[in-house]
Design a protein around this ligand. Sequence first.
Ligand SMILES: Nc1ncnc2c1ncn2[C@@H]1O[C@H](COP(=O)(O)OP(=O)(O)OP(=O)(O)O)[C@@H](O)[C@H]1O
Length: 270
Amino acid sequence: MSTQIETLLKSNLTTTVVHNNIPVVEIDKVNVYSKGHHILKNVSTIIPKNKITVLLGPSGCGKTTLLKCLNRLTDLYPDLKVSGSIRIDGDNIFDAHKDITAIRQKMGLLLQRPYPLPMSIYDNIAYGLKLKGIRNKKIISAKVEKHLKEVALWDEVKDRLKTSAQRLSIGQQQRLCLARGLAVEPEIILADEPSSALDPISSRVIEEEFIKLKSGYTIILVTHILRQAKRLADNVIFMYYGEIIESGPAQQVFENPQSEILKEYLRVGH
Ligand SMILES: Nc1ncnc2c1ncn2[C@@H]1O[C@H](COP(=O)(O)OP(=O)(O)OP(=O)(O)O)[C@@H](O)[C@H]1O
């Protein structure tokens, strides 16, 4: 397994608890450069707690890079230079002394394609719990069941928990990866086009899970599917060429866009 995938998986195994309508993430003047390329330009915004914030914008505008900043996956790319601050529960994650593992443990990460660990369905969830120091088999089994139920996968897999996770369908694998992330109690779920590899039914299941999960988690979702954004978003951040052009409550952004670029994006995306 490559170090990068390993790091992604570890960051997917991840922690905390929340209070309502308070910004959980405060992003202030974040700039990202790669050699001569200015990827994120003075990005400042707030991500509200227990809401679904959707990052929208055309391909290459910097959505994934912003997600990578949030759990410091940018550290894996030596060519990227990052400045500014990102405060999570008041702590700047870019502070030099910050423990990256602890930062990543606040976030579950769901990628475009699911990456189940090459082990059984049960062990995919138990692995993260063991990393957190939980050894009691009864507690592990109870948590495995709880989180598989949380993502509506339990009934489909309860009779084959010890079989390989890689035999599951892609949609089931994505729900397993979500369960694996939730098992270690993250505060924030970062989801980068999590349904782009899924069939419409599996995609709807993930959407329904997000709506249920937001009472306990803050969700930041990158999607290219405008209809999905409209179904899910409480809060929208619209990016263009590395800048935030508009952001705010979904209804305001979708029904009363201010900039010509966003108006055009919404018109074409319909
Ligand atoms: N490690 C890197 N080194 C150099 N350039 C990078 C790096 N990562 C991203 N970029 C560049 O930064 C820009 C933004 O990329 P990013 O993946 O964040 O966009 P995006 O909005 O998520 O795009 P998409 O919707 O296509 O996934 C692109 O021009 C990309 O080529």
